[in-house]
Ligand binder design. Sequence first.
Ligand code: CO
Ligand code: ZN
Length: 334
Amino acid sequence: MPDKALIRTLVEAWGPSGYEYQVRALIQKEVQNLADEIRTDAGGNLICRMGSGGKKIMIAAHMDEIGFIIHHIDPQGFARFSMIGGLFSSTLNGGRVKLENGMIGVIGLDGEPNPYRTGTATLGDFFLDFTGAGASERVQVGDVGAMWRSMDVQGSRVIAKSLDDRIGCVVAIEAMRRLKGVALSNTLYFVFTTQEEVGIRGARVSAFGIAPDMAIALDVTPTDDIPKARNASVKIGKGAAIKAMDAGHIVPPAVRDLMIKRAESAGIPYQIDVMTIGTTDAAAIQMTGSGIPSGAISIPSRYVHTTSEMVDLDDVEACVKLLIEVVEKPLEAV
Ligand code: CO
Ligand code: ZN
């Protein structure tokens, strides 16, 4: 089963888009003895090669998380912010933000008339409260923060911030651990990417540098299995989600069908992922160079982009197994 201690280490780490260095250092320590070659490119992506020969397969999981950048601070210590990635106003009030130096701020909402009560709050109505900070720790314009909350486990469910996409990073690391010492048919590039949440930027440049024959993104996908959900392409606890399409990416049928075939022959529970909002690193990779066939293995997740994202460890395990099935054997033409 997936390593819960590793999940905790990564989800509780600090790393909004463009500031992934702390997460990268933690991952580098984990994979140091697993990869044949490790480098960090100019885009900040951590690129880990395993094996040689066969086809080049890139596996991408993003290190960054959504966050905040301060653009105004008043003398009392109330700060206004712009968002890094997709923040939703309905999820913010009363939350906590952690700055790069570890300082904690509370997310508050303008007073009278209180837009929270009328349901009209927009991001501009929120502020960060650093009024307890002393003069020496004064917050500056340009300081960057991430949401803060510690991880909880309930049965087979993990509840945490930043499972988007540190759980994808965990799937990649787990696969690397299990592939260590295995005679590989392909050259695998496990890439821990930067700046996904602000426009799939790290994946684009790292894919250009690697020029893989095929790529697989590992990322969360929202589930539609909560009360009053209208439709249900993906359910939590029902297995690895093989992407067919999202808002930025149509998976080539050959890639999707290869994944389905490998899941079925190995008896791995799977479901088909059709995501109507958002996309993954695969969307950038497929448009790199003269085009790279790309697919995605999605980890079903509830409450994406909140501090209480939820995944099921059985699904995570299914994703690890499916990834290994797809990348360790010779590729059929895709
Ligand atoms: Co996201
Ligand atoms: Zn993501």
